[in-house]
Design a binder for this molecule. Structure first.
Ligand code: NDP
Ligand code: 2IT
Length: 450
């Protein structure tokens, strides 16, 4: 690639696409960042002179491997495993593992790329990485999931370490999977170290880690609302997903006296106009985390509507907190949200809004918290889990939650610092992209040709 001091976004993207073919999500994530950075880079030519942009879109290392495992009937199955070690300028690679049939190289590269900026925003010393497999945990028994996790770790263990690369959970990887992965690492390496986060509380985990992404997103949205003198109190909230992030989002919204009326999974969404209260949430947690059932069962249990194959964005709500997956809000959804009076979209999921949807939020000047800022609470508490592991100490719930709140406030301030426009409008997307970039880019310059 060229090293002109001035960036031409179109030619940069054309080259990136030619080099990384058939990876549309990776192109999308990079394009958003490059658009945010263009003016900043032109004003600060040292970054282009040092080739930072060309380097930051290139993974330091990509690992791809075979995962053979036996199902309960004794059939030989094979899946593909990945770990993208994207950037270690400010700390060991850090980021989740996703087990989902849609997983491929491009999706994990987009997630690893986002993670670099997100981790930088947390203020903690963590580089960026992501990994996973196209394994589908749905319909598998606990024993099958265990054998799969053991096979996955049998290869992954040689690439990770507490000062090298520290994976965690993401879609399809929760407490159960982290347990099986950790157990296998310990057997192979013969050492008990913090090579994963999201561990169980009795074996090196941190309090608040399961809650952290959902809580953090609500804290971030709370900060955005406060800039308008507003709050969650009395607001109707649309949440998508019904997994880890969605569940603790609902818990925190209830605490702040908002009313969540939707949840979803890949089969459709439920609409509960009375609101999901603590008791119903507990039922959802049991349904999803233990029985591993479908959200449609909520509609049967509580006599509300279930919209098969639908997403919640057509319902009336003041605040939307997408917490399922990428590209789940498209332009038309965004227009409908705004038309129905939505004043704030804050992303618990990674890249849940398409570029056209984001354009709608910005044009209509609603509060928009991009995932790499708004959902950074999860990895931030992972960082705090690493700190506790290093000290061989455990902090109380209150201590971790307090630190999480401070971190989310800091991220919000960083977004304002880098995203406030001359007319006073805060573009949180630009703020997060530039704010996340600067620390990593400066570290790369200091470290030379790495
Ligand atoms: P879970 O596996 O716990 O839950 C995922 C939820 O999203 C499920 O309800 C799932 O439905 C739904 N979902 C997944 N894929 C799709 C799809 N293709 N279409 C529609 N619905 C889908 O994952 P998490 O809650 O951990 O993750 C949710 C999002 O938050 C992801 O974008 C993840 O990257 C992001 N995130 C997670 C963090 C964490 O700490 N866990 C941290 C930061 C971001 P179903 O059960 O039917 O598959
Ligand atoms: O997308 C994310 O930030 C995560 N899945 C959490 C990563 C982590 O290392 O806790």
């Amino acid at each position: 690639m060229t090293h002109s001091p001035f960036i031409n976004v179109d030619s940069f993207m054309a080259e990136l696409k030619a080099k990384n073919q058939a990876e549309p999500e990776f192109h999308q994530a990079v394009h958003e960042v490059v658009l945010s950075l263009a003016e900043f880079l032109n004003e600060n030519p040292k970054y282009q002179k040092a080739g930072i942009l060309d380097r930051i879109v290139e993974a330091e290392r990509v690992i791809m491997f075979r995962i053979p495992w036996l199902d309960d009937k004794g059939n030989m199955c094979v899946n593909r495993g990945f770990r993208i070690e994207m950037n270690s300028a400010i700390g060991p690679y850090k980021g989740g593992l996703r087990f989902h049939p849609t997983v491929n190289l491009g999706i994990l590269k987009f997630l690893a790329f986002e993670q670099v900026f997100k981790n930088s925003l947390t203020t903690l010393p963590m580089g960026g990485g992501k990994g996973g497999s196209d394994f589908d945990p749905k319909g598998k028994t606990d024993n099958e999931v265990m054998r799969f996790c053991q096979s996955f770790m049998t290869e992954l263990y040689r690439h990770i370490g507490p000062n090298t690369d520290v994976p965690a959970g993401d879609i399809g990887v929760g407490g159960r999977e982290i347990g099986f992965l950790f157990g296998q690492y310990k057997r192979i390496a013969n050492e008990f170290t913090g090579i994963l986060t999201g561990k169980g509380i009795n074996w090196g985990g941190s309090l608040i880690r399961p809650e952290a992404t959902g809580y953090g997103n609500v804290y971030f949205a709370k900060e955005m609302l406060a800039t308008k003198g507003d709050s969650f109190k009395g607001k109707t909230v649309l949440v998508s997903g019904s997994g880890n992030v969605a569940q603790y989002t609902v818990e925190k919204v209830i605490e702040l006296e908002g009313k969540v009326v939707t949840l979803s999974d890949s089969s459709g969404y439920i609409y509960d106009p009375a609101g999901i209260d603590t008791e119903k949430l507990e039922w959802v947690m049991e349904l999803k985390n233990i029985k591993r059932g479908r959200i449609s069962e909520y509609a049967e249990k509580y006599g509300v509507k279930f919209i098969k194959g639908g997403r919640p964005w057509g319902e009336k709500g003041d605040i939307a907190l997408p917490s399922a997956t990428q590209n789940e809000i498209e332009e038309q959804d965004a227009l409908t949200l705004v038309k129905n009076g939505c004043i704030c979209v804050s992303e618990g999921a990674n890249m849940p809004s398409t570029p056209d949807a984001i354009e709608v939020y910005i044009e209509k000047k609603i509060l928009y918290g991009p995932g790499k800022a708004a959902n950074a609470g999860g990895v931030a508490v992972s960082g705090l889990e690493m700190t506790q592991n290093s000290m061989r100490l455990g902090w109380t719930r209150e201590e971790v939650d307090q630190r999480l709140q401070v971190i989310m406030k800091d991220i919000h301030s960083t977004c304002i610092q880098y995203g406030k426009k001359d007319n006073g409008f805060v573009n949180y997307m630009d703020g997060a992209n530039i704010g996340g970039f600067v620390k990593v880019a400066d570290a790369m310059i200091s470290q030379g040709a790495v």
